[in-house]
Design a binder for this molecule. Structure first.
Ligand code: AVJ
Length: 322
């Protein structure tokens, strides 16, 4: 594979520094927490791909069904010349949008943005050969930081899919959406995927599957910390926990220490103590209602324009305009 040129706004050193500060802040806090973005090393990304194919994990299939049905309409409404995708990962659902926008004849450029150089490099190479007429510019960045979008040929459509917005807490969501609004021009578009509030009996199994893939994905954050910060976590000594927080309308994933233990994190010069049964929050995955999400969009300066769901009403894709 030839390595394509990527715009690197975030270096390995930036990533290493933010991992260190997140782990120190989260594991010295009460209660303990770790941000979900550290799940996604090569193994974590592969586990997530496996999650998206689990019978219990409906969001990916539901969102794909919406995009398959609505991509031509999205192309017609937006007439986008540039598609920007935040947290693009493997860009699989992107192809539905790219196909529709190319067919519509307006699209000239695709700009995927991701923290992972490897995932992005592979996606960019593949897309360049699949869409020879398209300019593909990969950007390595963390979309939760101050967002810089490159100079463009106008009429951008920014896609933020998969329901990843739900990983942010309400205040972070506002800052992210307002920052995104500041990074685009009036009249440009935001296409947002959002998982919807539904019965706990459907929600919980999506985050606690029978095959235990999500449990492995959850424990992977400890393996990342072991490798990157020379820590001594025994990942198998932690149980996977998924809870529905009905008041906040979000799923919380946690890791629960089975026994009391002390774990040394060498690169931080830190020893972390766990009581038996103590839990570390590793992810919040917020679920949305139309009214609430449209209010958040409006508060950030986006005007909600369309709202589409899958036939079962599990997931939504919203189109709004800056
Ligand atoms: C990639 C953030 C959308 O919250 O559903 C899947 C991550 N966590 N199973 C989600 C995830 C546990 C996923 N997002």
């Amino acid at each position: 594979m030839n390595v394509p040129d990527l715009e690197i706004y975030l270096t390995d050193r930036d990533l290493a520094r933010s991992l260190r500060s997140d782990v120190r802040a989260g594991l010295t806090a009460t209660p303990k927490w770790l941000p979900p973005k550290w799940f996604y090393d090569a193994r974590g990304s592969a586990l997530f791909e496996e999650i998206t194919r689990l019978p219990e994990y409906y969001p990916t299939r539901a969102e794909r069904a919406i995009l398959r049905a609505r991509a031509p309409e999205i192309a017609l409404l937006t007439e986008a010349k540039t598609l920007v995708e935040l947290g693009s990962g493997s860009s699989e659902k992107t192809r539905l949008l790219l196909d529709a926008l190319c067919r519509h004849g307006t699209l000239g450029a695709f700009i995927p943005l991701d923290v992972s150089v490897t995932a992005l490099g592979e996606a960019v190479s593949a897309l360049r050969s699949e869409y020879p007429g398209l300019a593909v510019h990969g950007i390595v960045d963390d979309f939760t930081r101050h967002l810089r979008l490159p100079p463009h040929g106008g009429a951008r459509l920014v896609a933020f899919l998969g329901g990843t917005l739900g990983n942010l807490l309400p205040d972070e969501r506002h800052d992210f959406l307002a920052g995104l609004r500041a990074a685009v021009e009036p009249g440009e578009w935001l296409l947002l995927g959002a998982d919807l509030v539904k019965d706990e009996r459907l929600l919980l199994p999506a985050y606690d599957d029978a095959a235990g893939v999500t449990a492995e994905f959850n424990r992977n954050v400890l393996r990342v910390i072991n490798r990157e910060l020379h820590a001594g976590f025994d990942a198998e000594a932690f149980d996977h926990v998924a809870r529905w927080d009905a008041a906040n309308e979000w799923i919380e994933m946690r890791l629960r220490a089975r026994d009391a233990m002390r774990v040394s994190i060498k690169d931080l010069d830190l020893v972390v103590e766990f009581a038996a049964g103590e839990q570390v929050r590793t992810e919040v995955s917020a679920k949305f209602r139309r009214h609430g999400l449209e209010r958040e969009l409006d508060a950030a300066g986006f005007a909600p324009y369309r709202w589409w769901t899958d036939p079962d009403g599990l997931f939504a894709v919203s189109l709004s305009r800056a």
